[in-house]
Design a binder for this molecule. Structure first.
Ligand code: FES
Length: 418
């Protein structure tokens, strides 16, 4: 009897275990399905949160008042700074916000000047600190004219003919020359002539932000007649213990008083800089005319100032001459032939030229230009054949198939649509 019951008992136990297993599996499947649903819901919620964050973030990072290309501005105010220089205050015609900038940056302007067959493009540094609802530039009349197309025409127009209410096409602030606010190193600003403009923007920003960085401005100009922002800088240095101004006149007038209008006579040189500074542990910012820029930047490097601590602004003929690079002796460059579509002539490259723009102009080929230093994009020209090189890099993006002729050198034979 017992023997006959045992198998039945075994079968019953197995059936119970199987039933429990099925029940457990069913519960687990239900739970898993529920969990998966929850996971999907969470994933969907997370996706929505990410999208919301991205869109919010995109709005936050889209700078208020930014624009692409040219935007129309109106002359809001004109102020005669010296006999030869005028400050121009500009507001956007559309009345909307303007974008901020970093002290030291510049803007590109397109001027329609009566009698000129086409607009003339120029770059000018912003001469006020960021944070205002209008921009200010300060333009000095060029004394001489040279072979550069339109040279002196814009500065003369601004100083003699520009009126309040006139309209100008303007590109947004840009440029790699600006105050390094991530550093606390003391600063030396070396300005020549109208190269004072970005320095004023930097100094006013430092004062406005209550930065205690030491600033030493060495400002070279001819005499009191060309001493732009004289009263403003005097007042700023008297009110702020960390701002020091040393004015160096090259040709003081009879009425100019040493110790009052200026501190030193002569030109800003490394000798002078070395005499005035305890060491070279400063950040150096340079802006001025070509001889000034070239002499000072070379001298600072000789004085063992690391290039990473030398910042310079380069506009037009004021460009710092490029350092000699491998390409100067590169046979691909030195034996290159450059063809322009307008003449169909094949011209031998010559290393005496600083750029393809210079070569074009020397051969009577007109290429539009603005900053002449790779900052504004005006000289962009289609590169139909070959390759170019940029020994000192590029500050603006260049469209595919184009090149910035003001800073480009041929890298072998090239053909340009100019
Ligand atoms: S003229 Fe401005 S980038 Fe060449």
């Amino acid at each position: 009897m017992t023997e006959s019951i045992l198998p039945l008992l075994g079968v019953a136990l197995c059936a119970t275990a199987l039933l429990q297993l099925l029940l457990w599996s069913g519960q687990s499947l239900t739970q898993w399905s529920h969990t998966r649903k929850q996971f999907e819901i969470s994933r969907e919620a997370l996706r929505k949160q990410i999208e919301a964050f991205q869109s919010e973030h995109a709005e936050a990072t889209e700078e208020i008042g930014q624009w692409n290309g040219y935007r129309e501005f109106v002359v809001d105010e004109l102020f005669r700074e010296t006999k030869l220089s005028t400050s121009v205050y500009l507001k956007p015609v559309d009345g909307k916000s303007i974008v901020g900038f970093r002290p030291g940056q510049h803007m590109t302007f397109k001027f329609d000047i009566p009698g000129q067959s086409k607009p003339l493009v120029r770059c000018y540094s912003l001469s006020a600190r960021p944070g205002d609802d209008r921009y200010r530039i300060t333009v000095k009349t060029m004394r001489r004219s040279n072979s550069e197309a339109g040279s002196g025409k814009v500065s003369t127009f601004v100083n003699q003919s520009l009126m309040i209410g006139d309209r100008i096409q303007v590109k947004a602030p840009t440029g790699h020359f600006f105050l390094d606010e991530g550093s606390t190193a003391p600063i030396v600003l070396l300005a020549g002539g109208i190269g004072i403009t970005p320095m004023v923007s930097m100094i006013d920003h430092i004062v406005h932000t209550k930065s205690e960085r030491t600033v030493i401005l060495m400002y070279g100009c001819r005499n009191s007649e060309e001493h732009t922002f004289k009263d403003h800088l005097k007042e700023v240095s008297e009110r702020n213990a960390n701002i020091h101004v040393i004015n160096v006149y090259s040709q003081p007038l009879a009425q100019d008083q040493e110790g009052v209008d200026f501190q030193l006579t002569g030109l800003i040189s490394l000798d002078l800089v070395e005499q005035l500074l305890p060491n070279n542990h400063f950040q150096f910012y340079l802006c001025g005319p070509p001889p000034f820029m070239n002499a000072i930047s070379a001298s600072l490097i000789e004085w063992q100032v690391p290039e990473s601590r030398i910042f310079s602004e380069a506009f037009g003929p004021a460009s710092v001459k490029r350092a000699k690079t491998r390409s100067d002796d590169d046979s691909a460059a030195s034996t290159a032939r450059v063809q322009f579509t307008s003449t169909q002539e094949s011209i031998c490259w010559d290393n005496q030229f600083e750029s393809l723009l210079e070569l074009a102009e020397a051969n009577g080929i007109v290429v539009d230009s603005g900053c002449r230093a790779g900052s504004c994009g005006t000289c962009q020209t289609a590169l139909l054949r070959g390759r170019v090189q940029y020994p000192n890099g590029m500050q603006v993006d260049c469209d595919s198939g184009q090149c910035l002729t003001c800073i480009a050198l041929p890298d072998g034979d090239v053909e340009l649509d100019a």
